[in-house]
Design a protein around this ligand. Structure first.
Ligand code: FMN
Length: 473
């Protein structure tokens, strides 16, 4: 078999490959394997013996390999909770999951195929003997061309059919032919749920490795009835589906403590005015989220921003540069510190205790003094210096030169340099073009990345950090 040296690829391809690998949590080599496998698969399906023409009326839409999205076949059973499955379609699509719906005959008494197809943006399937979709045994393809089958609501009847291997309609035939995981969201009256036959079926389904979410306890649609039998909420089902579709990512930074700063600082002039800058905090917040996803124990120290705190991250909100330094020092020791905040270089020498007034004497003099340099202070610490200190250099000219000078002057290990001149739209925007400067003794290596979203920059940066601090990951 031919071998391929990734380092010899052209820069743009190598960058795109590394980014794709970082996003999917695979090594670059594994990502290449996936691409080759997909290419081989595409080649096979393009062969003359392959499926009918794209224009054939019942041809199924492309599979995951074509559009890169996970695909769920959602079987909607004939229960009162079917209306919630319309919301489930939306919740799955929010998670970038393609949804294709199959409605049982009974389900169509509760929701219409039109509503399901309008929400899923796909044709809806209802009939096992539909000549349009069965010219190539469509029920088998519906079973196989998805990554997961979700049954919601899973009626007592559908569960009995799956447990016994019945295949007398489209939904049950698909479920019998499936070679992908199945997730059931049972919904039925508590008497049906507690019936000995249903209990036997549930036990059989569990033995057969079929996953289940719910049912929950609560009020029933039937007046005055309550108990276990309510379908799990669409959000719960979507999260369970996501867990089955995307098994846990590797956590290369598990056990590592990380400190990240983000956002601007506000330097008070008087009780109502302050000096600020245009930093939105988006880049630092994205790094905190990526570090948390990689398993790190993350503390984010943020200046005033309009962003929600990232889940799973300890967030300390501060105002001024001096507050930020205090919180940074209180958070040490850490294994990795990333200083992405745009800290004000200066503050007003003496902050007015009352709101400054216009006077006949003209403007009050604003004397500025230098703020503490948080990056340099932490990088030069004798005690408790984090083993890896990363700064950000926001420059409007001579980007690389200024960043190289900064790395030496500040004493940090890496600098992420970005051009923040107004034309780039980086300050406050969603995209960033960065250069990663890494110090190796006297040498500084510069790695220039293509334009990416701030989330992509974060994932790529954390992948580099993980490779450096946990090389085996
Ligand atoms: C108003 C109404 C509500 C129903 N709700 C449920 C239900 O929540 N769960 C259930 O298992 N069956 C329920 N059924 C019974 C099913 O619709 C019936 O068993 C049907 O055959 C199920 O078909 P399917 O499993 O092919 O969708 C309900 C029936 C009616 C008329």
């Amino acid at each position: 078999m031919a071998s391929l040296t990734i380092r010899k690829l052209d820069d743009a391809i190598r960058d795109a490959l590394r980014l794709r690998a970082a996003r999917s949590g695979r090594s670059v080599e594994d990502e290449v394997r996936v691409i080759l496998r997909e290419a081989a698969h595409d080649g096979a399906s393009a062969a003359p013996m392959a499926a009918p023409q794209a224009s054939a009326p019942g041809r199924l839409p492309p599979t995951r390999a074509d559009d890169g999205l996970a695909r769920v076949t959602l079987v909607i059973g004939g229960g009162i909770a079917a209306y919630k499955s319309l919301d489930l379609i939306r919740r799955l699509k929010e998670r970038h999951i393609d949804v294709r719906c199959v409605l049982t005959k009974a389900a169509q008494h509760f929701v219409t195929p039109l509503a399901a197809s309008a929400l899923s943006h796909e044709r809806v399937y209802t009939d096992l003997f539909d000549p349009d979709s069965e010219f190539d045994a469509g029920h088998i393809r519906l079973a196989r061309d998805s990554d997961l089958i979700v049954v919601a609501p899973a009626t007592a009847d559908l569960m009995a059919k799956i447990a016994h291997g019945t295949a007398d309609d489209l939904a049950s035939a698909i479920l019998l032919a499936a070679d992908v995981p199945i997730l059931l969201a049972p919904a039925m009256n508590p008497l049906m749920w507690n019936n000995a036959a249903t209990k036997r079926n549930v036990a059989t389904l569990q033995r057969d490795g079929i996953a289940m979410i719910g049912p929950n306890a609560g009020e029933m649609a039937e007046a005055g009835e309550a108990g276990v039998g309510r379908m799990a909420e669409p959000l719960e089902i979507a999260s369970a589906a996501e867990r089955l579709l995307r098994p846990p990512q590797p956590r290369p930074l598990a056990g590592k403590r990380m400190l990240i700063t983000a956002g601007p600082t506000h330097e008070p002039i008087d009780p109502v005015r302050y000096i600020a800058n245009r930093s939105s905090g988006k880049q630092g917040f994205a790094i905190a989220a990526a570090a948390h996803a990689a398993g790190a124990d993350v503390t984010l120290i943020s200046g005033p921003v309009e962003l929600d705190d990232p889940l799973g991250v300890t967030v300390k909100h501060v105002e001024s540069a001096r507050d930020m330094l205090r919180q940074v020092e209180a958070t040490l020791p850490v294994d990795i510190a990333i200083f992405a905040a745009a800290v004000a270089d200066w503050r007003v020498a003496s902050e007015g205790e009352q709101k400054l007034k216009k006077t006949a004497a003209g403007m009050p003099p604003l004397q500025l003094v230098e703020n503490p340099d948080i990056l340099a202070t932490i990088s030069h610490r004798k005690d408790g210096r984090p083993p890896l200190v990363i700064g950000f250099a926001a420059e409007t000219e001579h980007l690389i030169e200024n960043a190289k000078t900064k790395i030496a002057r500040k004493g940090c290990d890496w600098i992420v340099a970005n051009d923040v001149s107004p034309a780039t739209g980086v300050m406050g925007g969603d995209r960033n073009t960065v250069h990663l400067l890494t110090r190796h003794g006297e040498n500084i290596e510069v790695d220039s990345w293509p334009v990416m979203t701030k989330e992509e920059v974060a994932v790529e940066l954390i992948a580099h950090v993980a490779k450096t601090v946990s090389p085996s990951s």
